[in-house]
Design a protein around this ligand. Structure first.
Ligand code: NFK
Length: 283
């Protein structure tokens, strides 16, 4: 039996203090008895957030004195590097001899999972070996893969000025005002430019998204799939497979409810187990 560790990165537009590592609980409560034995452990990660002065109930103070809520890119990502490095040191998560782990993320958590897998903006203090713990599979829900596209799809007349401003606030709050930085931090954009590549050991991706998503549009997934295909990934049956799964419900339903997410955990784990068994048979 293969035991796969699983790490989860929550969403919340890099700023919502009400979305945390606890977002994984509904999913855990729905894991099926058949998938549980294959999952070695689940780690749900927190990271520093960007300021959110307009939050209705938990606004940041004007002087941004809370260091956990005053982050700008790549601070969020550096916390993911630290967490995965800690899991590697303490639990051998991401060992390169054979089996690695599944990394999942929701919305901006999906962005972080891909930024990490691509090795974007590594912490200055980290040695190459410290950051080289790529996952074997990515399970991404309602992901943001291109910040320029996110802003383009939220420009009037496609939406109101107020909505457009919210998206601008999210992006500038987390990534600053330099537009080049937005593309440089976007997985789909950097892959399309051919400046970076995904690690060899990463061979499976599930990109899940719902038609009913009211916050992240279909263009995000479409763009990501097109870029992956141009990098040699197949929709099914190849050496590197990106699979699109259609979810039900609004943007946050997938983790709030947890049932579909638990099914996806099981699906990705089964895929990995099959891959590993066929490797073992072939060797
Ligand atoms: N609840 C968040 C909004 C949010 O999560 C979000 C909004 C638009 C596009 C993506 C989002 N989340 C991604 O992590 C907020 O209050 O800023």
């Amino acid at each position: 039996m293969v035991h796969t560790p699983h790490s989860y990165i929550h969403g919340g537009a890099w700023r919502d203090p009400l979305q945390t590592s606890d977002d994984i609980h509904s999913t855990l409560s729905h894991l099926s008895p058949s998938s549980i034995p294959s999952i070695a452990a689940v780690a749900s990660l927190n990271y520093r957030l960007s300021p959110y002065p307009s939050h209705p109930t938990h606004p940041t103070t004007l002087d941004n004195s809370d260091p956990d809520r005053n982050a700008t890119h790549p601070d969020h990502l550096h916390d993911i590097y630290s967490a995965l490095s800690w899991l590697h040191t303490n639990y051998s998560v991401g060992k390169t001899d054979g089996f690695r782990y599944i990394l999942s993320g929701h919305s901006c958590g999906a962005t972080l999972a891909l930024q990490y897998s691509l090795g974007l903006s590594p912490p200055a203090s980290a040695s190459t070996t410290e950051i080289a713990h790529p996952p074997s599979a990515l399970l991404l829900t309602a992901g943001i893969y291109s910040l320029p596209t996110l802003l383009r799809t939220h420009e009037p007349p496609q939406c109101s000025e107020d909505i457009a401003r919210i998206y601008q606030d999210i992006v500038t709050g987390a990534f600053g005002t330099n537009e080049e930085e937005w593309a440089a931090a976007s997985p789909a954009d950097v892959l399309a430019r051919g400046k970076v590549s995904l690690p060899e050991g990463l061979r499976r991706m599930v990109l899940a998204w719902s038609e009913e998503d009211e916050l992240v549009e279909r263009e995000q997934r479409e763009e990501m799939v097109a870029v992956l295909q141009s990098c040699g990934w197949d929709r099914e049956g190849g050496k590197k497979v990106v699979e699109c799964v259609d979810l039900k419900g609004g943007h946050d339903f997938v983790w709030e409810d947890g049932k579909e997410m638990a099914g996806l955990f099981g699906k990705v784990v089964r895929g990995i187990v099959e891959d590993t068994s066929s490797c073992l048979e072939a060797s």
